[in-house]
Design a protein around this ligand. Structure first.
Ligand SMILES: [Zn+2]
Ligand SMILES: [Zn+2]
Length: 253
């Protein structure tokens, strides 16, 4: 399995528009972060988690030619706003399968009503196959996906486990019984916003505590704000098996 980090930034991305914060002004490419998303390549199939506003650029950067499914963690704009740009994939492949909680599908239908229309569609609009998921394992083509349920302040969010790999973002609280589903995972990706605590996201300390509980072989931090600091500085203070993810990083599991 190959995982590509398409984006590792929090909702505004880094740099923030018009910001003079030193991290936003950094020339290190690892300090430039598009909105969070990962691409999973597994036995000839390609799965995308979230489809945010930087989706088009991320597809160009990664050279991705085919998407077999898009899984959504939740409906916030930084995770869904690129959906219109699935058009090139739709033209080649036909309806694109989506997997999401019913609440997220409802939100997508409202935001992108023209995509979900079945009659009198405007020519050129893409179509999708919406699959509602619950907090139960489901199969896509060749792989079983295990959802991990968590809370983003009050909002329900899904993380996903694919075999030895798990991806969780926008988490603030995860119950013990959900953490148990991560047992034995080799690579864990989890959100770490900044040093200070935040009402709806793990800060660095909470993310590291969570990693310690799950105890994967290695872990990567994502959904990063400029307030976490420079990539090279933060990387130095992390435990040995924990890494800051950065855009275009590829890992093999
Ligand atoms: Zn987010
Ligand atoms: Zn969110």
């Amino acid at each position: 399995m190959k995982v590509t980090f398409l984006g590792t930034g929090t909702s505004q991305g880094i740099p923030i528009i018009g910001s003079n914060h030193p991290v936003c002004l950094s020339e290190d490419s690892k300090d430039k972060r598009l909105r969070v998303s990962v691409l999973i390549d597994y036995e000839g199939f390609t799965y995308l988690i979230d489809c945010g506003p930087d989706f088009r650029q991320q597809m160009l950067n990664s050279g991705c030619e085919k998407i077999d499914a898009i899984l959504f963690t939740h409906e916030h704009s930084d995770h869904v706003n690129g959906l219109d740009d699935i058009r090139p994939f739709y033209y080649k492949q036909g309806d694109i399968p989506l997997y999401a909680h019913k609440r997220v599908l409802k939100s997508l239908k409202k935001r992108f009503d023209y995509i979900f229309k079945t009659k009198n569609k405007y020519p050129g609009t893409p179509s999708v196959l919406a699959n509602r998921i619950k907090n139960k394992p489901f199969v896509i083509n060749n792989i079983e996906v295990l959802p991990i349920n968590g809370k983003h302040m009050e909002l329900q969010v899904f993380g996903f486990r694919f075999n030895d790999f798990a991806y969780l973002t926008d988490m603030k609280t995860v119950k013990e019984k959900e953490i148990k589903k991560l047992k034995g995972v080799k690579v864990l990706v989890v959100n770490a916003l900044r040093i200070e605590t935040h009402y709806s996201h793990f800060n660095l300390e909470e993310a590291l505590n969570f990693i310690e509980k799950v105890n994967p072989e290695r872990a990567y931090l994502t959904h990063i704000s400029h307030m976490l600091g420079f990539h090279k500085d933060v990387s130095k203070v992390l435990p040995n098996n924990v890494y800051l993810a950065y855009d275009n990083l590829q890992i093999t599991i």
